[in-house]
Unconditional design. Sequence first.
Length: 142
Amino acid sequence: MRKHELEEAPEGPLKIVMDARNLQFLDKTFETVTSFFTLMFIKNPDRKKVFEEVYRVLKPDGKFLVWDVVIPPSDNNREWFVVPVTVTVRNEEIETGYGVRWEGSEQDAKYYMNVAEDVGFEVVEKEERDQNFFLHLKKSSP
């Protein structure tokens, strides 16, 4: 998340900007980590490191919940891949969109399931709808 996005967000929880490849939290700090349309913005070489950091900061049996989008290989006709998103929060629909430079941004649920299992996560649930996917990943107990 970018600083200006946090500044626009409603008051409430503590807001922190940091590099997901080097989370400044102690090991086994959180029960749940979420990623909502974030992984698409992380360069391919850094994705596994982000998963390793999430694994590190989760408590045993902790959950990593991921919502993201399937980005197919580039069709070389367009520079940007953009996906519209509608989210329902407390019976209110919010419409937005997310976009990235298309070349080199390919991803899907299977890709992240492989990364997750490589790091040590168990895939508890996978749901795919249209171009979107949800993964519920669990940190193994010691």
